[in-house]
Design a protein around this ligand. Structure first.
Ligand SMILES: [Zn+2]
Length: 261
């Protein structure tokens, strides 16, 4: 099985004590690439260091997470922008809107999202979008920037079928992770009529571990439980789900056997 985890923060403190084991388990479970979204300046160093240590497996994105958009967000954006200009990154991420925890910086979050979507267009790379309690707002802003060139993933998609259809109509992918295995999440029904060609896999490690590890620390090796759940939703073989979603991720991000762009 060849899998790509399109969204995992394997560089954060939760993994510090056993990073080597986590990455070994990922490889043993067939994970050939782990795409790592950036958060903010506090973790740029550890993010880039992990990529430098395991360049065949761990690949960095660059961007400012909406939950890190505060008073100083312009400085944060400047730091991310400088890094983006200094070398190649696989994607701009993670970026978006999060109105769940705190609505103090809504205006600033919107501004940062617009700017970072423009970076993706400028560098012609995909985006990884974080959207919490702000799905329709995120879709609307992406639509404003979609000039037929913007591409990416609504990471940890947990919306309804109407939103899923709007996202794929915009040429975007749905990032499917552990939530799909949660009882009563409703995600299985929301995506049941969406073609699998519009989906990529992710863990969002260390968060949102799939059943049977719900509530525990998540890690890329658990991707297989997401594959199993998708296999039952779509009545497809395990290998078919793995091959299809991996091909989607390779094409979108230009990794693996796929040719970049
Ligand atoms: Zn994330």
């Amino acid at each position: 099985m060849n899998l790509i985890d399109t969204h995992a923060h394997v560089y954060v403190d939760e993994f510090e004590a056993d990073t080597t084991e986590i990455l070994q388990r990922a490889r043993a479970a067939g994970v050939s690439k782990i795409l790592m979204p950036a958060i903010d300046r506090a973790t740029h160093t550890v993010l880039l260091a992990l990529e430098a240590k395991h360049p065949d497996l761990c690949v960095s994105m660059m961007g400012l997470h909406p939950c890190s958009v505060k008073e100083n967000y312009k400085e944060e954006l400047q730091a991310a922008s400088k890094l983006l200009a200094s070398r190649e990154f696989i994607a701009v991420g993670e970026i978006g809107l999060d109105f769940y925890w705190d609505k103090t910086f809504v205006k600033e979050q919107v501004d940062a999202f617009h700017q970072q979507l423009d970076w993706a267009l400028q560098y012609d790379i995909p985006v990884s979008i974080h959207s919490r309690s702000a799905m329709d707002e995120c879709i609307e802003i992406v639509a404003q920037h979609q000039q037929g060139k913007l591409k990416g993933v609504f990471h940890c998609f947990s919306g309804n079928e109407v939103q899923a259809k709007r996202i794929i109509d915009l040429g975007f992918h749905l990032g499917i992770g552990g939530v799909v295995s949660f009882k009563n999440s409703g995600l299985d029904k929301a995506i049941a009529n969406i073609p699998i060609k519009n989906m990529v896999l992710e863990t969002d490690a260390p968060y949102l571990a799939p059943v049977p590890f719900r509530g525990k620390r998540n890690e890329p090796a658990y991707l297989k439980y997401v594959v199993e759940k998708l296999s039952s939703i779509f009545s497809l073989g395990i290998d078919e789900v793995a091959n299809e979603t991996t091909a989607n991720a390779e094409k979108l991000f230009g990794v693996g056997q796929g040719i970049k762009n």
